[in-house]
Each structure stands twice: as structure tokens, then as C-alpha cells.
Ligand binder design. Structure first.
Ligand SMILES: [Zn+2]
Ligand SMILES: [Zn+2]
Length: 238
């Protein structure tokens, strides 16, 4: 399976990542990607950029040779109401929004609380991708999550970093297998993301692809396979 886009990558602006945008662009081009998405954390995470960072994306060129750049955000879910750390007035100015739960922003709650937080975040029409719903520290009703993603037309992220042996997230492999099984059964789109915090991992989806082939996941549900699928992710904002 050839993948053409990586929409989950961080730069030094996130405060705990180690490459510049320019280095990430060079890595994406070397990997032969068609589309790179920059998705720095919102300001809720310590060391994250202030909202002005996201309001100034207009100064960034969006094309580099054959590579198209998107400037988005990984917004932090801040509570069990699914509130994000940036106002919609800012989120509507960026190219796309991933919403994710991080322990530095919202403590793990009960399964009902974590699931409600994720579903409510997806009900925000600006949220297009649910980031790493694969963390055992946040018990989730994954079937409810997948069905809500279908209802809200949100992509479920398959996060390659969650499969790293040193990932802070726990249970990545089992939880991703469960997500894949549910997404295949309910015909819900997935988007593979590397969640790169350094340029060297951009476009490297090997661990995720292994799991996809292990469960024989339907290729037509993988949004990364065609540049055109950006239409589905961005809708009329393309
Ligand atoms: Zn994250
Ligand atoms: Zn991330």
C-alpha cells in the first residue's frame, strides 16, 4: 500500500519536538510524499505555541516542488465536555484540526468521561481527525467512538508513534487492532499519521502498515492512499 500523505507532524514550535518546518519539508520530499501536514500542539500543552502562531499561517507558502503543505493543529481536548484549547475563531483559520487527549491537558477519567470527551470534540464541525484514540491510560468505548466518527464524518487516526516500544501511550497494538476491526466492520475511514516529533520519522508508517495487513484492512478505507481524499478531510475548505 503506497501512502501519499502524513498529516500528523510536529515542529520545534510544539515545545517538545526537535525539527524545524524546513527540515520536515525536506524529509517529506525525500520520502516522496505528496502532502505534508504540520500539526503543532495547541497552547494547552506546556511549551506549546500561543494562538497567534496559528493565526499567522498565511505567511507560509503551501507548495514546495511536488509537495503540498497544509498548516493545521493538533488541538488538545481540555475536559470531558470535549472543549479544545483554541477557540473556533482560530480553528477555522487553519487548514485542518486534529483533536487528541493528552495527560498534560486532561487527566484520564472513567470510560464514560473519556468517551464523552472524544465524541463531543468530534461534534465540533471543525475537527476532522480524532488523534490516537488508542491509549489504555484513557479507557474508551471504542465502538461508540468509531460510530460517532462515522456520524460526524471524522477520520480515526492510526498513530504510528503509539506503536513505538517507548511510547508514553499504553496498549497501542491491541487498541489499534480493535480500532481497525471496528472501522472495517462499520466502514469508517482511517488516516495513518506518524505523529513525528523529529523529521526522520516523517512518512514512516511501517508499524501501522504491518497491523493493517495483519487484519487485511480494506484499502479503500485508508485516506492516505490518494491525494484526492484530501477533499473528504477538508471538505469545502480545500
Ligand atoms: Zn497527540
Ligand atoms: Zn502529536
Amino acid at each position: 500500500m503506497k501512502l501519499c500523505m502524513d498529516l500528523h507532524t510536529h515542529t520545534i514550535s510544539s515545545g517538545h519536538a526537535y525539527s524545524t518546518l524546513q527540515e520536515n519539508i525536506a524529509a517529506a520530499r525525500a520520502m516522496g510524499l505528496d502532502i505534508l501536514g504540520m500539526s503543532d500542539h495547541g497552547p494547552g500543552i506546556p511549551g506549546g505555541p500561543d494562538s497567534i502562531y496559528f493565526r499567522n499561517f498565511k505567511c507560509i507558502p503551501r507548495s514546495y516542488g511536488d509537495l503540498r503543505l497544509l498548516c493545521g493543529v493538533e488541538a488538545n481536548i481540555m475536559d470531558y465536555e470535549g472543549r479544545l484549547d483554541l477557540e473556533n475563531s482560530v480553528l477555522e483559520k487553519v487548514d485542518y484540526v486534529i483533536a487528541s487527549m493528552h495527560t498534560l491537558c486532561v487527566p484520564p477519567g472513567t470510560m464514560a468521561e473519556n468517551t464523552a470527551a472524544s465524541v463531543r470534540a468530534m461534534q465540533n464541525p471543525l475537527v476532522r481527525i480524532l488523534g490516537h484514540p488508542d491509549d489504555s491510560r484513557y479507557p474508551l468505548d471504542r465502538e461508540e467512538i468509531v460510530l460517532a466518527a462515522k456520524e460526524e464524518r471524522v477520520a480515526i487516526e492510526i498513530n504510528n508513534s503509539s506503536l513505538h516500544p517507548k511510547s508514553a501511550r499504553k496498549g497501542g497494538r491491541e487498541n489499534i487492532l480493535e480500532l481497525l476491526e471496528l472501522c472495517a466492520r462499520h466502514r469508517v475511514y482511517v488516516l495513518l499519521g506518524t505523529d513525528s516529533h523529529i523529521s526522520y520519522t516523517i512518512g514512516h508508517f511501517e508499524e501501522s502498515l504491518e497491523l493493517l495487513s495483519e487484519v487485511d484492512f480494506p484499502e479503500e478505507l485508508v485516506l492516505n492512499t490518494r491525494p484526492d481524499n484530501l477533499n473528504w478531510i477538508l471538505g469545502e475548505r480545500l
